[in-house]
Design a protein. Structure first.
Length: 318
């Protein structure tokens, strides 16, 4: 997902602009704390090869990319075939793995939504090229998407004839959705608190909110360190633990139903991480799949999170 430039500084974390292309957070997006501890320098392996600082809040431990690109400057970090969710490229082995995982994921996502709400209106925030929207629509759901990337929106219209809005705040205020989904989107958004408030207002009474994000508590995040592909700086602005998401949901009027593991993410993330360490090694794919599987085994045995975590919540009763 390519974030949309806000019209004003984010309410969930004030910042000052260092120069035309970067801004520095002053307040923690999660707790509002004003002191940060440097964690590491992480490279944008996939597109620009630039280095970015990642910091922890000294009060609550929330991790964020800081400084980060301004929203007006963020677009160039999504411009490249490596950012496949906007391009639908299918030329490389990495692309083919992504499409295989996506096809499996569509059925799984549909199953989750159908178990919560067998029909109704679904809003998918960060819908990319629209395959999930089209899948739901073919099964009788009314759908709406939000996708800031113009290239991706054009593909949604061309391939699926579905109208998609460029920003969450452009969704009509009177709309009420039975389900709202953010599949690997929340980590891209610059203003967590205002996003949760907006999601709450768009959900119908007892409506369901589904969020999937990378989980830095996983074994593979620890194993790869700064080479872990799911840091994905500077596109990922926030780097979540389960406690972070649980707190944000609770603070904004949501009742947590379940926190689930996402077993398919680890092999893909580990394969990317191996390629970042040495892209010339022909066995990076095999090693990534093996280590991703090992990460899943450790998760199953120890209760540790998988590479990504899925959160299912419900709009709480007043």
């Amino acid at each position: 997902m390519n974030p949309t430039p806000p019209s004003s500084p984010p309410a969930g974390g004030s910042f000052h602009v260092e120069h035309a292309s970067q801004e520095t957070l002053i307040d923690c997006p999660r707790c509002g704390g004003t002191s940060f501890v440097p964690w590491a320098t992480v490279r944008d392996h996939s597109i620009t090869k630039e280095d970015f600082q990642v910091v922890d809040c000294a009060t609550c431990g929330f991790r964020s990319t800081n400084p980060r690109p301004t929203q007006n400057a963020a677009g160039r970090y999504y411009q490249g075939d490596a950012y496949i969710s906007h391009s639908n490229s299918n030329s490389s082995l990495q692309d083919k793995l992504y499409h295989l995982a996506r096809r499996w994921g569509l059925r799984r996502k549909y199953g989750i939504i159908h178990s919560l709400q067998p029909n109704g209106k679904v809003l998918d925030v960060g819908c990319g090229t629209g395959e999930f929207l089209a899948y739901l629509m073919s099964r009788g759901y009314l759908v709406q998407g939000v996708e800031p990337s113009l290239k991706a929106r054009e593909q949604v219209i061309a391939n699926h004839s579905i109208a998609v809005l460029p920003a969450l705040d452009m969704v009509a205020a009177h709309e009420q959705f039975q389900v709202v989904t953010l599949w690997h989107v929340l980590e891209h958004l610059p203003d967590l608190r205002s996003t949760f408030k907006r999601l709450f207002s768009l959900l119908a009474d007892r409506g369901s909110l589904i969020i999937a994000v990378p989980d830095r508590g996983s074994w593979d995040a620890e194993h790869y360190g700064t080479d872990w592909a799911a840091w994905d700086v500077p596109r990922h602005l926030s780097h979540f633990r389960q406690e972070d998401v649980h707190l944000l949901l609770r603070e904004h009027g949501f009742e947590l139903i379940a926190t689930r593991r996402m077993w398919m993410d680890a092999p893909y993330i580990c394969t990317l991480s191996e390629s970042y360490r040495d892209a010339t090694k022909p066995w990076a794919l095999l090693k990534g799949v093996l280590l991703g599987s090992w990460s899943n085994v450790l998760s199953a045995l120890s209760g540790r999170p998988t590479s990504s975590s899925l959160y299912i919540a419900r709009k709480a009763e007043p």
